[in-house]
Design a protein around this ligand. Structure first.
Ligand code: SF4
Length: 352
């Protein structure tokens, strides 16, 4: 039976689903260490320098997060040439092409590269393998910010594939082949393409633990752990979020009867019934999850389904650390991105 996927047709206002008896809440869900770092980096910079601060691409793929920063005066651009000379600019968590970093460095007074270290690791793998003469099969999603930035590290050596069928269309490389990937793929889609690449090219170089990040695999593991106990799954996250899309695909692979994809509680349908699973992509603030739980208000309560603890902390980017006072740097480890967003929002609210 194919799953029903709601595309999130908004209700007029959040409405309760009186038929929901219980919620199984995936854990981990929501903000990962890379997203935490990137949001806090932008928030600290907004407090540090004269406005406006510019940000190249959405800092993370979540509309609610971006809107908090927009209200605080951050200007988001998709072309680094739109950043005025001498301005301060943050580069998004998804990673930027080397020429974007170079152009930002040439025109801005302050450049904070908030690329997630796990994406930066893949950039490094591309650079090293291309330098050693490999042709690189890169599994990723065409047009996604992370894939664009990673492929730009060695455009002549990288070949994007999305599906197993794409592998057959690749030219004979005539040189050693490396297999790398976007960090936020579904484990299933990665495994399928990997099998096709191994089948075609045999001996390929690939990093020992692959490129899928811990946050992506943990969130998928938590969803898998609850999938066979629910009547429906709610997946919270923006349409542009790759790891959220992977959660939706996984729910379908697991045979969940109804999959409801939403960005906020406003998108919830009113006809949910029975036991409902809830998960959220890595760029979703916990506040949006709380809003959903408040609307669902299940008669038999909420049960967390935890598969692991996440306590990773990614330090702020070097370009910012050198500018922050020591007490702020020390506080960063104990400050959550949600706290930083709330502080920014209340500062905006207090501004006449
Ligand atoms: S999802 Fe993974 S790669 Fe992306 S920001 Fe989070 S930790 Fe980094």
């Amino acid at each position: 039976m194919s799953a029903v996927v709601d595309t999130g047709t908004p209700a007029a206002a959040p409405v309760a689903s009186p038929g929901v008896t219980r919620v199984l809440l995936a854990d981990p869900r929501g903000f990962c260490a890379g997203v935490e770092m990137a949001i806090k980096a932008l928030a600290w910079l907004v407090e540090l320098v004269e406005p406006p601060v510019y940000c190249y691409h959405e800092i993370v793929h979540n509309r609610a997060v971006v809107e908090v920063f927009e209200r605080a005066g951050v200007v988001f651009v998709d072309d680094i040439a739109e950043v005025p000379a001498g301005a301060a600019v943050v580069l998004s968590a998804h990673g930027s092409a080397p020429e974007v970093v170079a152009e930002a460095t040439a025109r801005a007074s302050v450049v904070v590269n908030a690329v997630c270290p796990l994406v930066a690791k893949v950039h490094h793998e591309v650079k090293v393998r291309a330098g050693h003469g490999y042709q690189i099969v890169y599994v990723g999603h065409s047009g996604h910010d992370e894939a664009i930035g990673t492929m730009a590290v060695a455009p002549d050596a990288v070949h994007l594939v999305e599906h197993p069928a794409d592998v057959a269309a690749l030219d004979e490389p005539g040189v050693p082949v490396a297999l790398l990937s976007q960090t936020t793929l579904g484990m299933g889609e990665w495994a399928d393409v990997r099998a096709a690449v191994l089948d075609r090219f045999g001996d390929v170089w690939t990093p020992g633990r692959g490129d899928l990040c811990f946050a992506t695999t943990n969130r998928q593991g938590a969803l898998r752990a609850l999938a066979d106990r629910v009547d429906a799954v709610i997946v919270i996250g923006s349409q542009s979020s790759s790891n959220t899309n992977a959660l939706e695909r996984l729910a379908r692979e697991c045979g969940v009867a109804r999959i409801v994809r939403i960005e906020t509680a406003d998108d919830l349908p009113a006809d949910l019934t029975g036991v409902v699973g809830v998960t959220a992509g890595a760029s979703v603030p916990e506040q949006l999850v709380d809003d959903v739980l408040n609307v669902l208000d299940p008669a038999d309560g909420v049960e967390a389904v935890r598969v692991t603890d996440e306590d990773e902390y990614f330090p702020l980017p070097a370009g910012l650390r050198s500018r922050l006072p020591a007490d702020v740097l020390a506080a960063d480890r104990h400050t959550s991105a949600s706290d930083a967003l709330a502080r920014l929002a209340s500062r905006v609210a207090a501004t006449p």
